[in-house]
Ligand binder design. Structure first.
Ligand code: NAD
Length: 387
C-alpha cells in the first residue's frame, strides 16, 4: 500500500461538533481511499482532564490537552479544528494561524464582523489552509440543488426561501450561559438564531443563488430574562430568539428567511425552496436524501413535483457510499467536508467555504441584526465571488 501523507489533527471542544468531526476523520480513510492525505487524530482538548481522556479513548485520539494554547503550540499538530463556542473562535484561530497551523473552524466564523475580519487577516498573513464547517452544503441533495441551479434548468430565479425552526427554548426555565446553554448568552454566542441557525441558511443560499445585497429584518426575544448559569442571577436576555428577514440577491431574486427556537413541534427543521422561471426545487432536512423538483416543461398530463431520491452514483458524493437506492445521514456531510479538505491539500485549491467566504455570511448576519435594531433596510456589503 502506498504511504499516505499525514494530516495531524488537534481538535478543541468535545461536545456535539467534536463528535461529528471526529466521526468524519475516522470514516474518511475507509470511504475515500484514493486521497493522498489521511487524518491522524493526534490530540484532543477540552477543559476537564477526565472527560477529555474518555473522549480520546472513545474516538481514538493519541493524546489530550486541557488548555487549547498548549495544543495550538504543539509541533506535532498540522491542523487545528475549532469545535468550541463562538466566543473562542477568533482567539483560537488567530493563535493557531500565528503558529502556522491549518484551521478548520466551526460556524459561525465569529461573533461579529469585526472579529471575523481579524480572523481572515490572520489566515491570509499566515498563508495557512482554512475552512468553515457549513456542513449542509455537503449533503448530496443540497449539492445537487446547486448543480441543477448552476446548469440553468430553473432559468431566471425569482424566489429563494429558507426556514430553520426549533422549539427547545420555549420554557422560561432554560438558563443562559455556561456549558450546554452558551447559545442563550449574547456574550458567548454573539447573536441568537441569526448566527446559530440562519447563518447556515445564508451560507447555502449565497452558495446556490449568489450574493445577498440588502436586508430588512425583525427579531424578537420572547423570554426577556433568564437565570445566568455563570452568575446565578436572573439577567436580561440579549440574543434574538426569533428572526425573520427578507432581502434582495444580486441576481434580482427575492429572499425570505425565518428562524426561531419557538416553533413548537420542530426540533431542527431546515427547509429551502427556490422558484425559477422554468422549474422549482425544494429540500427538507428531515428527508435529507430527497430533492423535490418541478419542471414546467414536462408534458402537462404528467407534470408535477418529482421526488428525487439522491442516492445514485452519478449524484454528488454518492459513488462513495453503498448502492443506488440506499440513503445516508446527517453525519455524512461532515465526512464529506473532511474529504474535501484533504483533497484541497492535494490540489492546492481552497476548501470552500474558506474564512473569507464565511465572512460574507457574517456580513449578512450583521446587517440582519442591525436592520432589526434600526428598523431599516441595511446594505450587506457582500462581495460574493465564490462559485
Ligand atoms: N455545523 C453545524 O451544523 C453546527 C452544529 C452545532 C454547533 N455548531 C458550532 O460548533 C461550535 C460548538 O458547538 P457545540 O454544539 O459542539 O457545543 P457544545 O456545547 O456541545 O460543545 C462545546 C465544547 O467546547 C468545550 N469548550 C468550551 N470552552 C472551551 C475552552 N475555552 N477550551 C477548551 N474547550 C472548551 C466544551 O467543554 C465542550 O466540549 C459552535 O461554534 C457552534 O455554533 C455547528
Amino acid at each position: 500500500m502506498a504511504t499516505k501523507k499525514e494530516l495531524r489533527i488537534g481538535l478543541i471542544g468535545t461536545g456535539f461538533m467534536g463528535r461529528t468531526h471526529s466521526n468524519g476523520y475516522n470514516r474518511v480513510p475507509n470511504f475515500f481511499p484514493e486521497l493522498e492525505y489521511t487524518p491522524v487524530l493526534k490530540a484532543v482538548c477540552s477543559r476537564n482532564a477526565e472527560k477529555v481522556q474518555a473522549f480520546a479513548d472513545q474516538w481514538g485520539y493519541e493524546s489530550i490537552e486541557t488548555d487549547w494554547k498548549a495544543l495550538v503550540a504543539r509541533d506535532d499538530i498540522d491542523a487545528v479544528d475549532i469545535c468550541t463556542p463562538n466566543d473562542t473562535h477568533a482567539e483560537i484561530a488567530i493563535a493557531a494561524a500565528a503558529e502556522g497551523k491549518m484551521i478548520l473552524c466551526e460556524k459561525p466564523l465569529a461573533r461579529s464582523l469585526a472579529e471575523g475580519e481579524q480572523m481572515v487577516d490572520a489566515v491570509d498573513k499566515a498563508g495557512v489552509a482554512n475552512t468553515v464547517w457549513y456542513n449542509y452544503r455537503r449533503l448530496p441533495a443540497v449539492s445537487l440543488a446547486k448543480q441543477i441551479v448552476a446548469s440553468g434548468k430553473l432559468g431566471r430565479i425569482f424566489h429563494y426561501r429558507a426556514n430553520f425552526l426549533q422549539d427547545w427554548t420555549i420554557n422560561a426555565d432554560v438558563p443562559q450561559g455556561g456549558t450546554g446553554t452558551w447559545r442563550m448568552d449574547l456574550e458567548a454566542a454573539g447573536s441568537g438564531v441569526t448566527g446559530d441557525l440562519l447563518a447556515h441558511c445564508i451560507d447555502t443560499a449565497m452558495w446556490i443563488n449568489g450574493g445577498i445585497t440588502d436586508v430588512s429584518a425583525v427579531t424578537e426575544t420572547f423570554v426577556k430574562e433568564r437565570m445566568h448559569t455563570l452568575t446565578g442571577k436572573v439577567q436580561p436576555v440579549g440574543i434574538d430568539d426569533a428572526c425573520i428577514f427578507h432581502c434582495h440577491f444580486e441576481n434580482g431574486s427575492l429572499g425570505l428567511f425565518e428562524s426561531t427556537r419557538y416553533a413548537r413541534g420542530h426540533k431542527a427543521l431546515y427547509t429551502l425552496e427556490i422558484n425559477g422561471e422554468h422549474a422549482s426545487i425544494r429540500w427538507d432536512l428531515h428527508d435529507l436524501n430527497r430533492l423535490e423538483y418541478f419542471d414546467h416543461s414536462d408534458e402537462s398530463i404528467v407534470r408535477g413535483w418529482r421526488s428525487i431520491h439522491v442516492t445514485d452514483g452519478d449524484q454528488p458524493y454518492m459513488d462513495k457510499w453503498w448502492v443506488p437506492g440506499l440513503g445516508i445521514g446527517y453525519e455524512h456531510g461532515f465526512v464529506h467536508q473532511v474529504a474535501d479538505f484533504l483533497k484541497s491539500l492535494e490540489t492546492g485549491e481552497p476548501c470552500s467555504p474558506t474564512f473569507k467566504d464565511a465572512l460574507e455570511t457574517q456580513k449578512v448576519c450583521e446587517a440582519v441584526i442591525n436592520s432589526a435594531k434600526s428598523r431599516s433596510w441595511q446594505d450587506t456589503g457582500v462581495e460574493w465571488t465564490e462559485k
